[in-house]
Design a protein around this ligand. Structure first.
Ligand SMILES: *Cc1c(COP(=O)(O)O)cnc(C)c1O
Ligand code: SF4
Length: 348
């Protein structure tokens, strides 16, 4: 089969410390140290977005010695305990994560699953995928199957189409979700042919992963447009990252820009307690402050839930600024402007 453009782009990615060191004229030794533990890859598109060392695109994609700090938990989400079969994470009764791929177009330095993605030994076998499908088929509570990984859209079209068809054919599965960063890091992957495949398995909800306004490129906008035109409902999950996007103005620009691209901000994630990712973590206060600044000044459609995934597999919890104040019998609610407004409550 002929190599598609996007597959060629993957081959043209920077995937060794030596290539990266040469491109930016860096010392390869520290890069090599990090790359021995965690995978590295930067797609040609994402590489072109880097303007200078230490900028928000660089921070997300270039290996950093701080990743070798051992602070942070190993499996913050307790995902292993929630896996009835290796390819499935089943935490909530009616929906599962289906791990279909272990590679990504660019390896994010802050990735929660960074000890898993990109590892050849951990990539799923055909049998494990079949076991995953069998589990979903045998569990009638499951309505919602979330294709994740790694990046599901790095699978070749025929493999992806086959998995989608098998899951779609299960009578109790009402919808399929796909989590993919490809619209950000490898927009050329969103081909007309791919959109035609996805269209066959409606309803499909695709959550992508933009973290910074500089990622809102013409190419990414066109990719999102192709998906939206094919009837795919687009959402976005942003991870709050220290030094990358932890300021209210950056997040407001990002979320407004996403809405212009027909992508609805779905979650703003508090950075997980992940080993090698501690330098990216912000305080909860930083996140709450960002949420406060969005409310009111920015379209309600650009106000996602700010969620924290609790350690130990306890699940996601939305965090909201505390806006209800009780003073004796009086109930006061803080308006977006900061003003406290008295509200006469109903007695149940
Ligand atoms: C986040 C998550 C989901 C999806 O949760 P929604 O809030 O429905 O988007 C499903 N399963 C697991 C294990 C998750 O971590
Ligand atoms: S694309 Fe997602 S799964 Fe892949 S490295 Fe980035 S955060 Fe992790």
């Amino acid at each position: 089969m002929a190599t598609e453009n996007w597959q060629q782009s993957l081959k043209d990615s920077i995937s060794t410390p030596e290539q990266l060191a040469e491109y930016f004229r860096l010392d390869p030794a520290p890069l090599r140290q990090v790359a021995e533990r965690y995978p590295m890859r930067i797609s040609p598109h994402y590489l072109r977005l880097i303007e200078q060392p230490g900028d928000p695109i660089w921070l997300q994609s270039v290996p950093d010695l701080r990743e070798l700090d051992d602070a942070g938990l190993v499996d913050p989400l307790g995902e292993e305990d929630l896996s009835p079969v290796p390819a499935v994470i089943h935490r909530y009764p009616d929906r599962v994560i289906f791990l279909v791929s272990s590679s990504c177009a660019t390896y994010c330095r802050f990735c929660t699953r960074k000890r898993k993605v990109g590892c050849r030994e951990l990539s799923l076998s055909f049998k494990e995928l079949r076991d995953g499908i069998d589990y979903i088929a045998a569990t009638p509570e499951i309505r919602d199957v979330i294709f994740s990984g790694g990046d599901p859209l790095l699978l070749p079209d025929p493999v992806l189409a086959d998995l989608l068809a098998r899951v779609h054919a299960i009578p109790h599965v009402e919808m399929i979700r796909i989590g993919s960063r490809v619209p950000v890091t490898l927009p050329e992957r969103i081909t007309g042919k791919l959109c035609q495949i996805l269209q066959r398995f409606a309803p499909i909800y695709l959550n992508t992963h933009f973290n910074h306004p500089r990622e809102l490129t013409v190419e990414s906008a066109a990719a999102c447009s192709r998906l939206a035109d094919a009837g795919i409902v687009l959402g976005n999950q942003t991870v709050l990252l220290r030094g990358v996007n932890d300021r209210p103005q950056i997040i407001a620009d990002l979320f407004r820009g996403l809405l212009k691209m027909r992508v609805r901000p779905y979650y703003l994630h508090q950075m997980d307690l992940v080993r090698g990712g501690e330098h990216f973590r912000t305080s909860i206060n930083t996140g709450l402050n960002i949420i406060k600044n969005l409310r009111g000044p920015v379209s309600g459609l650009a106000n996602p839930y700010y969620v924290i995934d609790l350690p130990g597999g306890k699940g996601k919890v939305p965090l909201v600024p505390d806006d209800v104040v009780r003073e004796g019998d009086r109930l006061l609610i803080r308006a977006a402007s900061g003003e406290l407004v008295e509200y006469s409550d109903k007695v149940d």
